[in-house]
Structure formats: C-alpha cells, structure tokens
Design a protein around this ligand. Structure first.
Ligand code: ADP
Ligand code: MG
Length: 589
C-alpha cells in the first residue's frame, strides 16, 4: 500500500488493523454463536473482496456472483468425497476450486467486453440459475436435491475456533491483496475504465486485459470462498445458494461505496450480522437490503466510504491560482530524441451524409506547435479522433514517422508516444488529482498484475516512480497544491491543466490538445501558452485545436484552417492572419 508519507499509510491501515484485531479477540470475549457469525462474515468477505474489484472498481454489474460460490462449494465437496475421481485431500480440493472459479469467473466475465451494464447483469444472473439447475439435475455427482456433505478440514482447522482463524486469515490476506491492487496502476486503470473509458484507452490501458485479470482473480477467491462455505455448512444442497446471497454480495459493495475496500468490508460484516440481530426479520431480509440501499443512495450516495472520507470535506481555498513551472518540463518529458512527424494525407471521414473531414492533409512536426483552427463543426475534434484511432478514415493515410498507424486501435497510440486531452475533460471524479495524473503513465509500469497483488518489488518500484513523476508533472502545470483533492472538486480551468499533466505522464512525442484554453481566464491563457510553447521546445510535437486566435498566433509555428472538413488555408501565423478568406470566413473583421 504505497501512498503518501508514513502518516498517510498509517491513516489507511489503522481501520483494517482495528477490524481484524477485533475479529481475533472475538472468540476470547464471546461465545460460539458469535464466532459462527464472524466465520460466515469472513467467508463472505473472501468472495466480496474479489467481487469488489469487478463491481466497485471496474463498474461491472456482476449480480449473479453466487454462482461461483456454488461452483466452489460443489467442486471441493465432490472432490473430497471422491464420487467422481479418487478422493483428494481437502486443501488440494480447495486449490482445484480456485482454478475452476478462475476459469468460470473469466467465462462469466467475457460478455462484459461486449455487453453494457444491465445486459451483462442479466447474463450473470442467467449463469447463476444454470449452475443451480445443474447442481439439482446432476444427481450422481451433486446428490441433486439431497445434496452432498461438505469437506472436512484436517487439524488444527477441524474445530470451530481453528476454522474461524483460518477464514479470518484468508479474509485478511484477500484484503491485503485487493488493497495492493487498489493502490497500483491496475486499480487505477479499472476505475479509469469505469469512469473515463476513452481517457483510459488513450493512456494505453487495455480493457480486455484488465477485466480479464480481475475476473480471473475474483473467480478464484470466490471458488475458495465456496469451499469454505461448504465446510462451514457441513452439508450443501442447491437451496443453500439463494438469490438473497447474491444480492447480499452485490449490495455490500454498493452500500460500502464504489472504489473503496474499507466500506464494502464494513458493509459485508453488517449485512451478515443484520439478520441475526433482527432474527424475526429474516424473511424480510431482501426487503431490508433494499431499504438499506435506498437509504444509502438517498442519504450518502458515496456509501460508507464517502461518510468516512473526512479529508475531502474540508473547504478548498477559493482564490487559488494555477502557476505552471515550465522549467520543470525536462524532468517530466526526458530527452528530446530524434525528429519525426505525424502526417495525414487525403483523409476522408463521414458520419452518415455529413463529410466531417474531406481530403485533409496535415503534418505535425516534433518540436513545433501546429495550430488547427476553424468554425464549430469544421472537423477539428474529428481530426484528433482519427489520429488517436477512435475513428477509422474511409480514405487516405495516417502515418507516424512514415509508418502507417494501425486504424481503429486507440489503446495502441500511447505506446507510439501520442497523448491527448479532450474538449470535455475526462476525469475520474472520485479519485484524487494525483491518481488521475498517475493514470497517464500506466504503460511505463513494469510489474505484472500478480506482482501487484503480492506487492512485490517491481510493483513498489512502479508506484514510487509513477508517484514521483506525477508530482513533478503536477508541479510543472502548477497544480501540486491540489494533488490529494478529489478531482470532481476542481474548477473547470484546473481540470484542463490536470489533463495536460496526465498527458505529459506518457512522456509523449506528440501531444494533441483539444481546446485547452476554453473556459480559462485571460491570465490563465497566457500561462497556458507559455507552457505549451515550453512543451514543444522539449521536442514534443503539439497539435493545438483552439478558438482563441491570440493564443494561436502567439505560440504556433504553423497554422491550418479548416472549413467544412477541408483545408481553407495553411501557413505561418503571419500568413494566416492576413489571409483574405480566413479573415472573412472565420476571424472576422
Ligand atoms: P469541431 O471540433 O471542429 O467543432 P467536429 O469534428 O466535432 O467539429 O465535428 C465535425 C462534424 O462532424 C460536425 O458536423 C459534427 O456534427 C459531425 N460529427 C462529429 N462527431 C460525430 C459523431 N460521432 N456522429 C455524427 N456526427 C458527428
Ligand atoms: Mg471540437
């Protein structure tokens, strides 16, 4: 959990130490009954901790996750019982359950790459129904409606206390692993995919790879949770895996708060304990969950996590200025490198009947600022989207240093050194400014997902490097004072500079800026101009889409004027300023 100074780390770790410390003390100060409930909460959390990465971080509505608990429970029970293969030792069966869970987690997750929100939710529900039906029908293996005995663990885990401590230890281990992911480039990528998908793609983040990794992990821990569940129940039937259980897992994450670990942990404990506290209400449990969810949505939309986030309730200073420090750019961008260019030749793209770009020629040289101006709807943003791979041109070529850029592959632009900002800033509102900026450097990390899970040295090296680079990028654009503030609390102009800092994290060879001065004050525009100029002097080729003619003429080396998707004029600022048609069509008298 690398983050901030030691004080910051301590602040984050203390609540978890308190919760698990209380869990450790519980058997000493209470009776078997409470230990049993705590055992159940720990098992549920093993599953929910993994599901939290899918639902809370990646924003995928996997509501039928009970299916994986069922699979894990039957896999371990059947393998230990030995009615298919020769009986396996319990822990070997658990290992198989983890593998089966991972495989099916990936299988259930695959539709998420194509289906949106509710459609995906329905497929996970459908899967849960299928698993239960198979468990009912496949009597020779699962015992059908009669069920099978759950696995028996060897000593010292064969007592209630021993088993509880095992579950508690696994729960703590899962908490630690998911916290490591949360504070890694992978955790930030997941949230970026959820809240700012195009920005994530432009930073080179692969949605397919990221979702694949979390579905594998989440399935594996759910499989293990299933084995623990079967052990606890000591006898399982398909009826044990109710829809209520799936709802509990899902709602624990919503009530806990998206993108948090502490919140869902607390919510899981509370939701497990709640029906016991109000035993006569058990039949109402679904209703209770719904009421609780409604209450949270109305009273605290960010869930428990937002209620506990005291720091972001402090008011921000109101008259804060953005003071970029271009002299820091060499440290952010590194050495200049060889010259090169992005060239568009005869590019055509239409939307239905509208020719948004119509035979466009444009060359962006490294080390220069190229202005792209023109009236609204003249095709400026579309040009950026073509270069960035969001649109595939119908005709013409887009090349980088003479080699064609793969069409329609936005996540492959970042590795080529092309970064961008957006006309409407794309931010992760719930993450800090620093984390938003760190997303921009994702592809420079070297550690794998597995290395991050276990906080191995390469993961820690990546975090230290990205953090240091992001702080430097924030200092160079003048936002370092806001590093720890939630991004959705920033003013519009600050968001524009934040996006530039995020783009700089790539150490881009080319930087495409879509109306970065929109909404800025005159003073801020001047500072922005100096910053862009300094970026280009470091060897980066800048494409600047803008409406502010002064800014364009002040800092550009070359200007292209678009009108109805065609080049109306191209030349130096001095030439464009006096170009007859440009003056009459666009600049005005
Ligand atoms: P600019 O950025 O210069 O204001 P755009 O590139 O956004 O202009 O748009 C150029 C033209 O293409 C406009 O006529 C716009 O309506 C159209 N257009 C842009 N994006 C789309 C889209 N996704 N679907 C349909 N039409 C679009
Ligand atoms: Mg535009």
């Amino acid at each position: 959990m690398q983050r901030g100074g030691t004080g910051e780390t301590l602040r984050q770790v203390v609540p978890f130490v308190l919760i698990f410390g209380a869990g450790l003390l519980l058997p000493a100060v209470s009776n078997d009954y409470w230990t049993l409930i705590a055992t159940r909460a720990a098992i549920y959390w093993v599953l929910v901790s993994g599901l939290n990465l899918v639902v809370g971080f990646a924003g995928q509505l996997a509501i039928g996750w009970v299916a994986l608990l069922t699979l894990g429970a039957y896999t371990t029970s059947v393998l230990v019982l030995g009615n298919v293969l020769p009986p396996l030792p319990a822990f070997a069966a658990f290992a198989v359950a983890a593998l089966v869970g991972a495989a099916f987690g990936l299988l259930i997750g695959l539709p998420a790459l194509r289906l949106r929100t509710f459609y995906f939710a329905m497929t996970t529900l459908g899967f849960a129904t299928i698993v239960t039906q198979i468990a009912l029908a496949w009597q020779s293996v699962t015992g059908g409606g009669i069920g099978v005995p759950g696995p028996m663990l060897p000593a010292p885990f064969d007592t209630a206390l021993g088993f509880y401590l095992l579950c508690l230890a696994l729960a703590a281990f899962c908490t630690w692993m998911t916290a490591n992911i949360a504070h890694s480039r992978f955790g930030r990528s997941l949230v970026a995919i959820r809240d700012a998908e195009v920005a994530a793609e432009s930073a080179g983040i692969s949605k397919r790879g990221m979702l694949g990794a979390v579905f594998l992990f989440s399935g594996a821990v759910a499989g293990i949770a299933g084995g623990l569940f079967a052990t606890l129940q000591s006898y399982i039937t398909p009826e044990a895996f109710t829809f209520d259980l799936s709802v509990l897992f899902f709602i624990a994450i919503l009530i806990g708060g998206r993108g948090s670990i502490l919140g869902p942990l607390i919510a899981t404990v509370v939701l497990t304990w709640l029906p016991e506290f109000a035993a006569p209400l058990v039949v109402w449990s679904t209703f209770l969950y719904a009421a609780l969810l409604l209450l949270i949505v109305l009273a605290a939309p960010g869930g428990i996590a937002a209620l506990l986030d005291f720091r972001n309730r402090r008011p921000l200073e109101s008259n804060r200025a953005i003071l970029p420090r271009p002299e820091l750019l060499p440290g952010v961008l590194g050495r200049g490198g060889a010259p090169g260019s992005i060239a568009l030749r005869g590019v055509v793209l239409s939307f239905g009947g509208v020719r948004a770009i119509d035979g466009l020629d444009l060359t962006i040289e490294r080390g220069q600022v190229h202005g792209l101006i023109g009236p609204n709807g003249s095709g400026k943003t579309t040009t950026l989207n073509v270069i960035c791979g969001f649109y595939t041109p119908e005709a013409g070529s887009v090349t980088l240093d003479g080699a064609p850029l793969p069409p329609g592959a936005p996540q492959q632009r970042a590795p080529s050194g092309i970064a961008r900002t957006f006309q409407t800033p794309r931010l992760i509102g719930e993450a800090s400014v620093l984390q938003n900026v760190m997303v921009g450097g994702t592809i420079h990390g070297r550690g794998s997902f597995a290395e991050s899970l276990l906080s191995l040295p390469r993961h820690r090296g990546d975090e230290a490097m990205l953090r240091e680079q992001a702080l430097l990028a924030l200092r160079s654009v003048g936002l370092e004072a806001l590093a720890e503030v939630r991004a959705d609390r920033l003013q519009h102009s600050e968001l524009r500079f934040m996006e530039i800092a995020r783009a700089l994290m790539l150490r881009p060879r080319f930087l495409l800026l879509d109306e970065p001065a929109a909404g800025l004050s005159a003073e801020e525009i001047l500072r922005l101009g100096a910053l862009i100029r300094a970026i280009s002097r470091q060897g980066t080729g800048v494409l600047l889409v803008e409406h502010h003619a002064d800014l364009i003429f002040d800092i550009c080396d070359h200007v292209t004027v678009l009108n109805l998707g065609r080049v109306l004029a191209a030349g130096t600022p001095a030439e464009i300023r006096v170009h007859k048609e440009v003056v009459s069509a666009y600049l005005g008298a």
